[in-house]
Write a protein that binds this ligand. Sequence first.
Ligand SMILES: Cc1cc2nc3c(=O)[nH]c(=O)nc-3n(C[C@H](O)[C@H](O)[C@H](O)COP(=O)(O)OP(=O)(O)OC[C@H]3O[C@@H](n4cnc5c(N)ncnc54)[C@H](O)[C@@H]3O)c2cc1C
Ligand SMILES: *[C@@H]1O[C@H](CO)[C@@H](O)[C@H](O)[C@H]1NC(C)=O
Length: 370
Amino acid sequence: MTKKIVIIGAGFAGVWSALSAKRLLDLRSQNQGIEILVIAPEPSLVIRPRLYEANASDMTHPLGALFEGARIEFLQGMVRSINYNAQTLDVRSWKRRYPAKEYPGIQQHTFDIDSLESATKLETHLRDLASLPPSPGRNTIVVCGGGFTGIELATELPKRLGHISDYRVVLVENTDQIGLALGPGPRPVITQALEDLGIEVKAGSPVAKLTPMAFLLLLQFPAPKDELSRLHVDQYLRIPTIENAFATGDAASALADTKGHYALMSCQHALQLGRVSGHNAAADLLGEPMIEYSQAAYNCCLDLGSWGAVISAGWDRKVKHTGDVAKRVKCYINQQLIYPPHDSQEALTLANPNWPDSDQLFEQMLQAVG
Ligand SMILES: Cc1cc2nc3c(=O)[nH]c(=O)nc-3n(C[C@H](O)[C@H](O)[C@H](O)COP(=O)(O)OP(=O)(O)OC[C@H]3O[C@@H](n4cnc5c(N)ncnc54)[C@H](O)[C@@H]3O)c2cc1C
Ligand SMILES: *[C@@H]1O[C@H](CO)[C@@H](O)[C@H](O)[C@H]1NC(C)=O
């Protein structure tokens, strides 16, 4: 019987999981009997960390040739349900639309940048504002949520609103601190950037909370989840209560070090979680020992629009670089580092789970950008 590794989703974690599994099978020359299949709505990688930037509709990267070259099967569709006992999946060819919660006027007046589709809608809306008669309403953009993404979007907006005079960008945050999860280290830098860019900050102002039902499939898993609805996994990224199942990327609640830090819902973590989960799925089928997931080093780079950026080091987020240097690193991350190569052999080589850690990567990037 053919053995199969099925990967649901072609985000950063899914792509690198498929490549990493394939890399190990190729190394062992035993891939004849084992197929790798990726199921996702499109054969392309949406570069989600860039969806706050202008030209959001360009933030995708084709995967068809890469998968073909690496001999990874691709099936276009959405997985609707999984039957663990029968080891089968129900795949639909249509895209599930997640209903927005019903708040009056919500559809017409709010946007999100969670998906390529929604970020493109915002892009069009911002562009079309110039054709509307000027009014305070037209000129005011309210960004809801002063976390990582909210700060990146708010600081990017002045650049993207150059075609409108007298615009106002207001950043509204529920708690009394902007960038609460980013810690006290980078806060003075963030505050300075917001002030210099003329962004109005309203902290301690709760907005009606909108939670897209993006985790519908995850919620179906008969397994324990954390407060972000991520599946608990063991050190090999297996879901302990489900046989033959791994969770990875944003879907996994994985311990990243021995000090109690869990992987974040970030690209940095998704890439490595992907490599390890794919490797382990293949190792498991080959009867080889699996490797433990660990990602102790952590560095974070937050974009602050035309003001620059801020790089913080460690889980306690000590500010290491700001301004222009940090901005060049951010551009390098967004425009180069997170894109998979077009060449499949190169991609398979880069899928090695023994990947430089975050400290080494940031060191290399700082050198690369001068
Ligand atoms: C605006 C924005 C800014 C961000 N900024 C940063 C940043 O600066 N730094 C950083 O590290 N991270 C950032 N992130 C987070 C980062 O994008 C995510 O952590 C990362 O994309 C997670 O990768 P993933 O592969 O786990 O999931 P995703 O990239 O979300 O990929 C999930 C994949 O699964 C597919 N899928 C979902 N459901 C199904 C189904 N039922 N069947 C089949 N396929 C399915 C999706 O279509 C997609 O292909 C940002 C995110 C956003 C939205
Ligand atoms: C957006 O795309 C247009 C058209 O391709 C281009 O002229 C413009 O420079 C792009 N803007 C940015 C910020 O990349």
